[in-house]
Ligand binder design. Sequence first.
Ligand SMILES: [Zn+2]
Length: 169
Amino acid sequence: MIYPIVKYGNPVLEKAAEPVTIFDGELQKLIADMFESMYAAHGVGLAAPQIGIAKRLAVIDVTFKEDPDAKLVLVNPEILHSEGRNRQNEGCLSIPDFREQVTRGRKVTVKAQDMHGKWFEKTGEDLLARAFLHETDHLNGKLYISHISALKRDLIKRKIRKLVKAGEW
Ligand SMILES: [Zn+2]
């Protein structure tokens, strides 16, 4: 099932999500649906709050279907380590049609549970490191625009308010 993506302005995007405690068939189905929803929206990462579910769960595929082994499920993720700096354009499915330069760690280690509850650690660089940080931020109610200047953030918010008024958001 493809879920619609929740857009900026919905409070679910700006509150901390609840830990996942039950690893059952329902969770597996949700994870499969999240991958489907992410691909349908042409994204490389999706956090559960972005489909209106306030759970600490995210899916990532920075190869966008090219490498099946690149599909990653992060349940209850925590960032263990971040090093270096990498400044790149970043966007978010919940803030469509906007992109900004965001400085993030270049090499990031995340600790998370897989879909069966087993803990693992994974280190990613560049785009994958960015995805770890971006998606974990989502689970803490934080959006990438919190990492840009107040001036740029206000400009984006003003444009979004206009789109909301016009019924285009
Ligand atoms: Zn996002």
